[in-house]
Design a protein around this ligand. Structure first.
Ligand code: 13P
Ligand code: SF4
Length: 360
């Protein structure tokens, strides 16, 4: 929101919210929440807080972050690594905030809801990595960023959906173990066919993996129905079906474009600039499409809004304001602060930094 740089007056904030013309931001929403937004922006500025916003945040929360503070897991990690601000509020889920803490341990990293999970990170731990390493002692382990620090600490390199294929290609050897996302691993297996063997939990072994509970909801039959009912035929010049890497293998193959949340956004931006997009369906978390429809009003977007990430949805305006009010009053922020043992930080930093070097 442009008030980030300007005057954080109530009327300015309200005007900005109205100017957005967001389809899911009605007059009622704006009138109900403008005061909270204004308080958050004023305290954010007063305390020089960096507020990172993942692309899955609901529009009002997403808009609290300046453009350069918004992004996918990779972009936000990069931002967290270089910030000099004393406080980082991470509007996303705790595994993301952990990455920020690991990359910038001197900073205070805060999340609105420490109980928010992720079906990938929650169902795969350090012991699961150790078991796979014992099965494949000479094969490097690449761990998806959607995992907790103790599991990362056991791995050779980290990746996000924006760089997994690149990093897998560049790792030494002709095999790689990818954890924990089984669908992502299968998609990587297809992508790297003939180049590198991708091993993963459950593929010829008894390893335990996980899937994203949100993206698994999209099935091939849904995409076929979408193509028919929204008239998005395969290969159409200006109608595009997008999917995130975490979708099922057959869904990814059906999509016209797949990538990380920011790569999907970037492809849309490019097509809009070239006047090559008028209709899109996005097989990913619903709020990504909410934010896209605000950014690209000329495009007709569809998604399945019954498919929400209940973990991401735990971040809301009231909780974000709660963090800032605690900072402002000099109260304890321990309810929000992400803390990790120094030894875990040290060990988990190696695979994350290796990823950042390899994606440069
Ligand atoms: P991105 O890395 O694409 O932002 O995705 C994170 C995520 O949790 C997707 O479900
Ligand atoms: Fe985890 Fe899936 Fe939610 Fe992303 S959308 S945070 S992978 S549960």
């Amino acid at each position: 929101m442009s008030t980030q740089a300007g005057n954080i007056e109530f009327e300015n904030v309200k005007t900005e919210l109205y100017k957005r013309g967001h389809p899911s931001l009605t007059r009622v929403d704006i009138e109900a929440h403008a005061r909270t937004v204004q308080k958050i922006l004023a305290l954010k500025k007063k305390h020089n807080v960096v507020m990172l916003g993942h692309n899955y945040m609901e529009p009002l929360v997403f808009g609290l972050s300046a453009k350069e503070e918004q992004g996918d897991s990779l972009g936000l990690s990069m931002h967290a690594a270089k910030t000099t601000a004393p406080y980082i509020i991470f509007n996303g889920v705790p595994f993301m905030a952990e990455t920020a803490k690991i990359l910038n341990p001197a900073k205070t990293v805060l999340v609105a809801d420490k109980t928010a999970g992720c079906s990938l990170a929650d169902n795969f731990g350090a012991e699961d990595v150790r078991k796979l390493k014992a099965m494949y002692p000479d094969v490097p382990v690449m761990i998806y960023i959607n995992s907790y620090a103790d599991a990362k600490a056991e791995s050779d390199v980290c990746c996000t959906s924006a760089n997994a294929a690149k990093i897998a290609r560049e790792m030494p050897g002709d095999k790689i173990v990818f954890v924990p996302d089984i669908y992502f691993a299968q998609n990587l297996e297809d992508e790297l066919a003939g180049e590198k063997t991708v091993l993963y939990p459950g593929k010829g072994n008894h390893g335990k993996g996980a899937v994203c509970e949100v993206h698994e909801e999209f099935r091939l039959s849904d995409l076929t129905a979408v193509r028919e009912s929204f008239e998005i035929p395969k290969g159409h010049g200006s109608r595009v079906l997008y999917a995130h890497w975490e979708c099922r293998r057959e869904v990814l193959r059906e999509a016209d474009f797949y990538g990380s949340t920011s790569q999907i956004m970037a492809d849309i931006a490019k097509r809009v600039a070239e006047k090559r997009l008028d209709r899109a369906f996005v097989a990913s978390e619903c709020e990504l499409t909410s934010n896209l429809s605000q950014e690209f009003p000329s495009v007709q977007f569809w998604t399945a809004c019954s498919i929400r990430c209940s973990h991401m949805a735990k971040v809301n305006l009231a909780k974000v304001l709660g963090i800032l009010e605690a900072i402002d009053a000099g109260d304890s922020v321990s309810d929000y602060e992400v803390t990790l043992e120094p030894e875990v930080i040290d060990r988990a930093r190696t695979p994350i930094e290796r990823m950042l070097q390899m994606s440069a």
